[in-house]
Unconditional design. Structure first.
Length: 470
């Protein structure tokens, strides 16, 4: 009986999973495995909120594998090379399948595993998380794009691939089940009981991802262009954590959007705007693949000499806790703390405020987001922070400094979002709620003057703008 191991990573789903489908096509018996390697490799450590999501997602995948395929998810912990080698020996499996990851540390890890285990098993890897491989879309001179619009236009000429069909998902022949840890043995949940409150805002798993997509398309997609920037509205899909953990694929999302667009001509523009957001995620992975140093270094090398402020612990803590005295910033940071998620428009506002008004390095914000977001995707997180700071590809120009008060008045005009997350200001009128100049009802005064801090930022940026860019 041919046996294959399918190594699950950030692809915690059954549908449109090319590694799983190939294993099912070429083996009578499959052994699904998840390996917690965070303590044994150089991979970026997942954050606390992401670990909570992962705990629940693994439980959901375990149930789906058992109910659909009659297969048990094997849990191992340690160095993946050693774990996979041991599992191959225990099971006599001849084949090993996985879907590719694209961050620098994962690429290095997977390359070593393929080299070391090539004599022990037939190894096949696949793309399950991107619309196109990072090396498939290049300029005429075979260099990567650094401007999103050009990348988007090139991808549109290629078209979008369809997700895989579900025809081969059938129950497997029974074979020996190797030893396994329990999911609880991975200690993904925190010792302090904050996770239950956060998870009240979420339902995890592949089924929920598709339910959420269907609901978004039927209820919110038509008005996506008008509503997506308003944080008090349910105008976005909230699919980002499901995408990050691979509970749904971008191909599945794109196909559903295109099908809706083709049958609803009025929604053409809204669908196009949403598709650009999905491709934006691909672009983040594309840039990380071609510029791996951007995990922690600026893509624009002029920023290596940027005069970030020192001694900023107090301001950083105020930003993290939602106590800056700038309501839209604090509402976003409190939403993040309580739910593990923040509206995208507000993410841009809080990032601009940290890097430009407070002159705190973007890496500090990236680290905090990585720990507190349930959708803490390394590529998107790094890309977003470098964009906000002005040091990344297709970044906001250095002189574009969001005025958080104007942003608040434009996108939360009545202060509904602010009142939701800052109860201290619940009774303040809509005219003043965006910028109370003094402490009010226990809410602090602003930690910086917005005009003065903007001028300080422009002066700092002017000190590097004439340097050479690489």
């Amino acid at each position: 009986m041919k046996t294959a191991i399918i190594w699950f990573r950030q692809d915690l789903r059954l549908q449109d999973n090319p590694a799983l489908q190939s294993a099912l096509e070429h083996a009578e018996h499959i052994i699904p495995v998840f390996i917690d390697d965070t303590k044994s490799t150089s991979l970026s450590q997942p954050g606390s909120a992401s670990n909570v999501w992962l705990h629940h997602s693994l439980h959901s995948l375990t149930k789906d594998l058992q109910n659909t395929l009659g297969a048990s998810l094997i849990i191992r912990k340690g160095d993946p090379l050693n774990c996979l080698r041991t599992l191959l020996e225990e099971t006599g499996a001849e084949q090993l399948y996985w879907n590719r990851c694209y961050d620098p540390a994962s690429i290095a890890r997977d390359t070593i595993i393929k080299q070391q285990l090539a004599q022990q098993a037939s190894i096949k890897t696949f793309n399950a998380s991107l619309l196109y491989e990072p090396w498939e879309i290049l300029k005429a001179d075979n260099t990567p794009y650094r401007v999103y619009t050009a990348y988007w236009n090139r991808m549109r000429r290629f078209g979008f691939n369809h997700p895989l069909s579900m025809s081969v998902l059938a129950r497997q022949q029974q074979g020996p089940t190797p030893p396994s840890l329990c999911i609880n043995d991975l200690s993904l949940l925190p010792s302090l009981n904050w996770a239950d409150n956060m998870m009240q805002h979420w339902t995890v798993g592949e089924d929920e991802a598709h339910n959420k997509l269907t609901n978004f398309i039927n209820t919110h997609l038509l008005h996506y262009k008008e509503h997506r920037n308003n944080p008090h509205l349910t105008g976005t899909s909230s699919l980002s954590p499901h995408l990050h953990f691979g509970e749904i694929s971008p191909r599945q999302i794109v196909q559903a959007i295109i099908q809706y667009r083709d049958s609803h001509p009025r929604a053409t523009e809204a669908c196009e705007v949403f598709l650009k957001e999905i491709v934006w995620r691909d672009f983040a992975y594309y840039l990380l693949y071609h510029y791996p140093q951007t995990v922690d270094q600026p893509l624009d090398t002029r920023f290596e000499n940027f005069p970030w402020l020192c001694d900023t612990e107090a301001h950083l803590e105020a930003w993290q806790k939602g106590l800056t005295g700038i309501p839209i910033v604090d509402a976003g940071m409190r939403q993040l703390w309580h739910t593990g998620w923040m509206h995208n428009r507000v993410r841009m506002i809080v990032a601009s405020f940290l890097t430009k008004n407070l002159l705190i390095p973007w890496q500090e914000g990236e680290h905090w987001f990585r720990d507190t977001l349930v959708d803490a995707d390394l590529a998107s997180n790094v890309f977003g922070w470098q964009w906000a700071a002005g040091s990344g590809a297709d970044a906001a120009p250095y002189f574009r400094i969001f005025n958080p008060v104007l942003q608040s008045r434009k996108f939360d005009s009545e202060g509904e979002y602010i009142r939701c997350w800052i109860p201290e200001l619940a009774n303040m009128n809509s005219k003043h709620i965006h910028h109370p100049e003094k402490a009010f009802n226990g809410y602090p005064a602003p930690v910086v003057d917005l005009k003065a801090s903007r001028e300080r930022a422009l002066e700092a940026f002017s000190s590097i703008k004439n340097g050479s860019r690489h």
